[in-house]
Write a protein that binds this ligand. Structure first.
Ligand code: BYC
Length: 329
């Protein structure tokens, strides 16, 4: 019965009547819109799915600092530099809220980092593309943060309390990020011919990877049906991708830029823009580790972890000393 409420992605979801009483009661709480809290009983699959999705999201936030951090020292003005610095710091904060939310599910941060560094855990495909010039920083804010918000606003209503509360705060900051990106794009697109060319080139390169951020098409999404039944996800990948296209095309028109897809046009009947799907072979290659910057990103993360070892050891030694002193008293 419940499965009929979930848009089919080809992966079956168990009906309420087929569930054991405890699981059925859990599903009924979800169906009634109640939040699940860390100490509540939950099916192991629900816990694992949340750990996977929240940690993938946390990893994306901190790996996402790298392509933008690359431009802090080369921002064109002091004001742009201060804004970018604040944005990149926000991403670290988002990672922190999300790692904390994942930890409430009984997994340690060290385990999660280990999964990232060993390549077991994924992070968003988008961060495996390079930022080649300043216009790319505008495109990242406009398109990448724009896609992130589209995905994250519904997640404020996700069924797991700590995740939902983290998302409320993240979304507030994310909308500032998107606007700073669009502001850079306006400056470039309404600037000199050379600036306009840079803006168009950045759009050309970031358009397709931004569409990929929403995940594979619904028919290939292995987790959507169950995640939607559990209200871990509130929309399918294709629904959110379409919303993103509908929002972004008029923004590109305002900038006088062209979406690099000749099939983009308004479809009166559907009430949406038509568009071409990205190259899914490229997407699957990137998430397998074969994107343009996968190795560079992982090397940078692993180096940061190793360089920070002395600091973590110092903190542990200090905590031990404080504990010993307290015990002696
Ligand atoms: N990249 O069954 P599906 C940000 C994987 S942070 C890599 O549809 P699901 C930002 C997926 O994990 C943006 N992998 O999966 C930060 C699964 O593989 P596994 C991150 C992807 O989970 C800093 C397989 O493909 N946002 O915006 O139901 C600066 C099958 O997919 C991707 C979040 O993480 C991808 N794009 O749906 C600026 C939001 N897509 O795990 C910006 C929370 C799919 O079985 N996450 N895969 O090995 C979600 O909403 C969902 O996890 C997704 C995927 C929509 C991403």
């Amino acid at each position: 019965m419940y499965a009929q409420m979930v848009k089919s992605t080809g992966h079956a979801v168990r009906a309420l009547e087929d569930m054991e009483p405890q699981e059925r009661a859990f599903q009924e709480r979800i169906n009634a819109g109640e939040k699940i809290e860390p100490k509540d009983w939950m099916p192991e699959g629900y816990r694992k799915t949340l750990v996977r999705q929240i940690s993938q999201h946390a990893h994306s936030e901190i790996v996402g600092q790298l392509p933008e951090g690359n431009w802090i020292t080369r921002a064109p003005t002091l004001e742009r530099k201060a804004i970018l610095l604040a944005k990149v710091q926000d991403e670290a904060g988002h990672g922190l809220y999300l790692y904390c939310a994942a930890e409430t599910l009984g997994v340690s941060r060290d385990e999660l980092y280990e999964q990232l560094h060993s390549g077991k855990a994924k992070y968003s495909s988008i961060f495996n593309y390079p930022t080649l010039n300043w216009a790319d920083i505008g495109a990242v804010g406009w398109l990448v943060d724009g896609a992130a918000i589209m995905n994250q606003v519904p997640l404020q209503r996700t069924s797991f309390g700590p995740y939902s509360r983290a998302m409320i705060r993240i979304c507030k900051e994310e909308s500032f990020h998107q606007r700073q990106g669009y502001d850079i794009m306006m400056k470039m697109a309404f600037g000199s011919e050379a600036q306009k060319r840079m803006a168009q080139d950045a759009l050309n390169r970031f358009w397709w990877p931004s569409l990929m951020m929403f995940g594979p098409s619904d028919k290939d999404s292995i987790h959507s049906a169950q995640s939607m039944a559990w209200k871990i996800k509130l929309n399918t990948n294709d629904e959110l991708r379409q919303k993103f296209v509908d929002q972004t095309v008029p923004q590109a028109e305002y900038l006088g830029l062209t979406i690099p897809d000749e099939n983009v046009k308004w479809n009166e009947e559907r009430g949406h823009y038509d568009y071409t799907d990205p190259d899914w072979n490229e997407f699957f290659e990137v998430i397998k580790g074969n994107g343009p910057c996968n190795k560079e990103r992982m090397d940078a993360r692993v180096k940061a972890w190793e360089d920070g070892a002395w600091f973590r050891e110092g903190l542990m030694a200090h905590a031990e000393k404080a504990n010993t002193a307290e015990a002696a008293e």
